[in-house]
Design a protein around this ligand. Structure first.
Ligand code: S3P
Length: 197
């Protein structure tokens, strides 16, 4: 292999930006923020992390929100923030792993966005979430058991996403390429359906 080939950047052609938000859902450690940032760059859209927006709105960290006010208060804030982000303008939104549990959020995303489920193997998730200990749901007990329980509980919700992407332990650019391809196919289908109506 020539040195030029070794250093060549993977070719990810920019995608056509949709006229609604692309909403990344999936478990903790699935790569929603990392992929979301890169995807937004490729689509020429703004990126926003819903968790960071919740922290700004509450003026404290997610850990502190859980500690001081409890999970329910966090969920209420999460639901409100995502509803607001969807209403503002189309962008790429990374959501927290539990956001899609809310029927209201699922309905809002269905109406104003395109949901993309980033699906990763439990070992990949475990490896990623073990790098930092800042996630309230994973602070107590065995992380693998907790993730297994969340998989049971949440997969039926994530399955309702418009697009499902199997990520595996691959470089982020590979996942971004998959998302762009699926998004393109989804948008084509949507415009064909609209034309047929
Ligand atoms: C949560 C996931 C976190 C964050 C909060 C709760 C969850 O976001 O919203 O700690 O319920 O799965 P990430 O999925 O970005 O880690």
């Amino acid at each position: 292999m020539s040195s030029r080939m070794k250093t060549a950047k993977p070719d990810i052609s920019p995608g056509k930006a949709p006229d609604k938000s692309v909403v990344l859902v999936g478990l903790m450690g699935a790569g929603k923020t990392c992929i979301g940032q890169r995807l937004a760059g490729k689509l020429g859209m703004e990126f926003v992390d819903a968790d960071a927006e919740i922290e700004t709105a509450a003026d404290c960290s997610i850990e502190e929100i859980f500690e001081r006010y409890g999970e329910q208060a966090f969920r209420d804030g999460e639901r409100r923030v995502i509803a607001r982000l969807l209403k503002e303008k189309p962008r790429v939104i990374a959501t927290g792993g539990g956001a899609f549990n809310s029927p209201e959020t699922r309905a809002n995303v269905r109406r104003d966005g395109i949901a993309v489920w980033l699906k990763a193997d439990i070992d990949v998730l475990l490896q990623r979430v073990s790098r930092r200990n800042n996630r309230p749901l994973l602070k107590k007990g065995d992380k693998r058991k907790t993730l297994e329980r969340l998989i049971e509980e949440r997969y039926p919700f994530y399955e309702q996403a418009d697009i499902e992407i199997d990520t595996g332990n691959e470089p982020p650019d590979s996942t971004v390429r998959k998302v762009l391809k699926s998004l393109d196919a989804f948008l084509r289908r949507e415009s064909q359906d609209a034309a047929a109506e």
